[in-house]
Each structure stands twice: as structure tokens, then as C-alpha cells.
Design a binder for this molecule. Structure first.
Ligand SMILES: [Zn+2]
Ligand SMILES: [Zn+2]
Length: 279
């Protein structure tokens, strides 16, 4: 069985012209799992469908996992809940997320109550109710079906409760770092993985950018390119895919990559929105 990973958005809070905020679609078997939901996730799913991924149709989008509740990973949540519903999702949307996800979801539903009612109660062709369920998780197995099991592991991202995801398929393993500084749990779960999807910031960008002071913020919230090279050297993933690349100062993507490849010999891919990978 082949699983497919689509990078829906590889961005972060520093908005970029051609890069949407963080989101992924992982399809193992017939079930798409959307991971994180930055602004524009529904738009990116539409583009991925148009690019030849019919399994990402609205009615199938019933599983969403949030790694943490920062806005660049959740700003598309209301749109995701409502757009999948009015475009054909009849089953409940299962939203997995850390503590606080239930409240965030309820507040969004309340904020959009007029629009939801309009879609549902008047002349709208939507003839079925909006259904969702929130599952707040912590460390451990959070999702399992015949094709995939997903274990969440706590990472270190300042005060924000954040989880990496260890996705085990029949004979493949894919690990998402989420947003984190270097942390032991990733070194444990990242062993023997086929794909490691990891965030990074540029050491040179942080050194030269005056607006990101103190540097300690990035050092305690995120992973530098040089740190990531050391992590990958130890873990030896078959493929390392970068996402959430924080340049922090004007520089080319090639220069960003070089900070890693100068210290790491394995395969590194500079992830871009709508890239598709066979796992
Ligand atoms: Zn982020
Ligand atoms: Zn974050």
C-alpha cells in the first residue's frame, strides 16, 4: 500500500506571497488525514484535488489533527469545518487537538452562528446538519485504522502545548516534528523513519536580522538549520523534508538549504506548497 503526503502549506506567521500557512494531507488507504489547518487550507485542498488527488474530496475530509493551537496552524479551522460541511461532508468532522481545542472550536462555531444558520435553515441546499466532535489528546496513540496508526509525542515549543506525530503504516513510518526546539522525544520517535518532516530557521538569518531580538525566542521555540543537520545525521531518515522554513532575513532558498547540506549528507528536500510525495 502506498501512502501519499501532500504539503498543503509550508508557511509560518511571516506571511509569504506564494506560501500558505502550515497544513498537510496524508492519505493512507482511502482515508485522508489533514494535519494542521493554517489559513487557506481549504483552498490548498481544492488545488490538490484539481492536481489529481480525488481522495481529498470534501465528503472524505472527516479527520483533522492539530499539532498545536498557534494561529499559523489553526487560522483555517472555521473555514475547514464550514466549507467541508456545505460542500458535502455529512459525517462528523473529528478534530484532534491539544487541550484548548474544544473551546477554540466552540468559539468559532459561535462566532459564525449567523452564517451557519443561514446555510442550514433557510433556502440553502444544505439539507444535513453541521456535525463535529473534538478529541483533546496528549501523549500516546491518538488515531488508528487498518492503514495507519498515529502516536502523538510532546515536543518543546515555548509555553504552547505542542505534539509531534509518529505515523506508522504497514511498512513505512513518517514523522512530523511540528514546531519545536530540539527535543529528546523527537530523537526517540524519529528513529528508522522513511520521511521526517521538520521545521527549521536559518542561523544566518537570525544572526543578521535585527527585528528578531532576542535570538533566544527562536532558540527556545524552534530548530536551527545547523541543529536540524545534527538531528538528521543521528536519525538518518530516508528523506528529510523541510517545512515551516523561517529565513528571518532576505536570502535564497539555496542558501537556506546550504546551511543544512554543509553539515548533513542525506537527502534533503526543500518542501514547497502542493508538493506530493509517495511515502
Ligand atoms: Zn508555526
Ligand atoms: Zn507554533
Amino acid at each position: 500500500m502506498t501512502a501519499t503526503l501532500t504539503l498543503l502549506g509550508t508557511g509560518h506567521p511571516g506571511c509569504l506571497p506564494d506560501t500558505y500557512q502550515t497544513a498537510f494531507a496524508l492519505v493512507a488507504g482511502d482515508t485522508p488525514i489533514v494535519i494542521d489547518c493554517g489559513g487557506g487550507t481549504v483552498q490548498r485542498l481544492a488545488t490538490a484535488r484539481a492536481n489529481g488527488q480525488p481522495k481529498l474530496m470534501y465528503k472524505n475530509l472527516t479527520t483533522l489533527i492539530l499539532t498545536h493551537l498557534h494561529p499559523d496552524h489553526t487560522a483555517g479551522l472555521a473555514d475547514f469545518i464550514i466549507s467541508t460541511w456545505i460542500n458535502g461532508r455529512k459525517e462528523p468532522l473529528k478534530i484532534y487537538g491539544p487541550k484548548g481545542t474544544q473551546r477554540m472550536t466552540e468559539l468559532l462555531i459561535e462566532a459564525y452562528e449567523l452564517g451557519i444558520a443561514e446555510h442550514w435553515e433557510t433556502l440553502s441546499p444544505t439539507t444535513y446538519p453541521l456535525k463535529y466532535v473534538v478529541i483533546e489528546y496528549s501523549d500516546g496513540l491518538i488515531f488508528e485504522n487498518d492503514d495507519i496508526s498515529i502516536t502523538a509525542f510532546r515536543v518543546s515549543h515555548g509555553r504552547m502545548e505542542t505534539y509531534g506525530l509518529d505515523c506508522q503504516m504497514a511498512d513505512k513510518k513518517l514523522v512530523f516534528s511540528a514546531d519545536t526546539m530540539p527535543v529528546d522525544s523527537l530523537m526517540e520517535h524519529g528513529k528508522d523513519c522513511d520521511i521526517l518532516v521538520h521545521e527549521a530557521y536559518s542561523v544566518e538569518g537570525l544572526r543578521t536580522a535585527t527585528r528578531f531580538s532576542p535570538a533566544e525566542y527562536f532558540e527556545r521555540m524552534h530548530t536551527s538549520t545547523v541543529e536540524l543537520a545534527a538531528i538528521a545525521t543521528e536519525l538518518k531518515p530516508k528523506r528529510l523534508i523541510l517545512n515551516h522554513q523561517m529565513h528571518l532575513a532576505p536570502m535564497s532558498d539555496a542558501a537556506f538549504m546550504k546551511e543544512i547540506t554543509d553539515h548533513y549528507d542525506g537527502e534533503v528536500i526543500f518542501g514547497r506548497d502542493l508538493d506530493v510525495f509517495e511515502v
